[in-house]
Write a protein that binds this ligand. Structure first.
Ligand SMILES: Cc1ncc(COP(=O)(O)O)c(C=O)c1O
Length: 433
């Protein structure tokens, strides 16, 4: 049945039998996706500045992904989880070769939540402890362990989180969580956060899980030196450090991994969204030491699709394209260009309170008042709808704040960036004069 048969969102065809799992569905069906664009059933091309659900970093329906899927179809799609295909072995080797030498044991799963769940379970087995520290504003997934360490939203009304769930504030330069800094973060929140951990922990801290740049939390970029200090706090207490690079991994931030340049290597790294380029592929990469302790302790984390050959073949194609087409460099240079253009818009539009982020993971915070930094919820809703009507899809993040997450595919062209900036400019001008 066509959506056109219906009168509006409340009664349209997809509301009839699809269970709502979050925000309202878009009131248009998407029939094709290619490169930086998605195409609606009624023939509109929309520039996708959220890369699908932040996964299509090499562009929608990249021919190499399509070819890899066909190749897997001709060879092997799925196996018993104890059986490996050559591509699974090769993908593990390729990933480890890209990472610091201490990170050298990989398990392939499907979603980001699953990978974080496995990382947390592995950390518990490896340390013999159970407390897990997350950051306020974090998002790690909706399975129980990952959700218990998630503080952005979705926490209410599901009953108790996992026992031992602890949190520290996120280093938000624009909105200091302890009302101490203004405009930059001096990391007092980190030390104060660990004072609270010491006060509330029952002495069984297993791991701390963190995104190198908090995404759902509103594109929160920690100051230089933050992760080094975080690592020191963890080391002092025997806490394993897990980096969740669902969004930052594999090039988006202008480095291959978000932790690069931080002089810190995690004990466990999780990759997801960007690894499959739109197909469900995630990875847990652990240090030899953690993996060995996990094995000794009987770490068991089977799923029906662990080590699936299909997605491994796709993962190899994604890595080939990212490296072969220099997409990491591209994210850095085009990200700088896009950020400059957004900063230029900020100079002309009062509603843009802040522009932040790295590479092609940028945040634009919309405010009702620049002085007080009051969130501009109504404004961002109006702007976002107008941008979509003009042909640009942008996601809103930031929980209680109103932030645009600007994250086009790394294959975006300069012309497409100009098109997006023109649309944002027009939407802001029309709404605010
Ligand atoms: C940083 C981060 N980790 C984990 C997840 C969960 O991934 P998935 O939705 O694939 O379970 C997300 C999803 O948005 C994420 O942004």
């Amino acid at each position: 049945m066509s959506v056109d048969d219906d009168t509006g969102p409340a009664s349209n065809a997809f509301d009839r039998h699809l269970l709502h799992y979050g925000r309202d569905f878009l009131d248009a069906l998407i029939v094709r996706a290619e490169g930086s664009y998605i195409h609606t059933q009624d023939g509109r091309a929309i520039l996708d500045f959220s890369s699908g659900q932040m996964c299509a970093t090499i562009g929608h329906n990249h021919p190499r992904i399509v070819e890899a899927m066909a190749q897997a179809g001709r060879t092997v799609l799925h196996l018993d989880s104890t059986m490996l295909s050559p591509d699974v072995v090769e993908l593990a080797e390729r990933l480890c070769a890209l990472l610091p030498s201490s990170l050298n044991k990989v398990q392939f799963l499907n979603t980001g939540g699953e990978a974080n769940e496995a990382a947390i379970r592995l950390a518990k087995i490896a340390t013999g402890r159970f407390e897990v520290i997350g950051m306020a504003g974090s998002w790690h997934g909706t399975t129980t362990g990952a959700a218990s360490a998630t503080y952005a939203h979705g926490r209410k009304n599901y009953g108790p989180a996992m026992p031992g769930s602890l949190a520290i504030p996120a280093p938000h330069g624009y909105r200091c969580p302890i009302r101490h800094c203004n405009g930059s973060c001096d990391m007092t929140c980190l030390d104060a956060g660990f004072d609270m951990i010491d006060a509330t922990s029952v002495g069984a801290e297993a791991a701390l899980i963190v995104e190198p740049i908090q995404s759902a939390g509103g594109i929160v970029v920690p100051p230089d030196g933050y992760f080094k200090r975080l690592r020191e706090h963890c080391d002092r207490r025997g806490i394993l450090l897990i980096f969740d690079e669902a969004q930052t991994g594999l090039g988006r931030v202008g480095e291959l991994f978000g932790f690069e340049g931080e002089d810190v290597v995690p004990d466990i790294l999780t990759l997801s969204k960007t690894l499959g380029g739109g197909l469900p592929l995630s990875a847990v990469v652990a240090s030899e030491t953690v993996a060995a302790k996990g094995r000794e302790g009987g770490f068991a984390h089977y799923t029906s699709h662990a080590s699936d050959p299909l997605t491994a073949t796709v993962g190899l194609a994604v890595i080939d394209v990212i490296l072969g087409d220099n997409l990491v460099e591209r994210a850095k240079s085009l990200g700088a260009r896009l950020k400059d253009r957004l900063l230029e818009l900020q100079r002309r539009h009062e509603a843009i309170g802040d522009v932040r982020g790295k590479g092609l993971l940028l945040g634009v915070e919309i405010v009702a008042d620049r002085e007080t930094r009051e969130p501009g919820h109504d404004l961002i809703a109006t702007f976002t709808d107008r941008c979509f009507a003009l042909g640009l899809n942008i996601n809103r993040v930031g929980g209680p704040h109103s932030v645009w997450r600007i994250a086009p595919p790394l294959t975006i062209t300069e012309g497409e960036i100009d098109q997006a900036i023109g649309i944002i400019d027009q939407a802001l001008t029309e709404a605010t004069g």
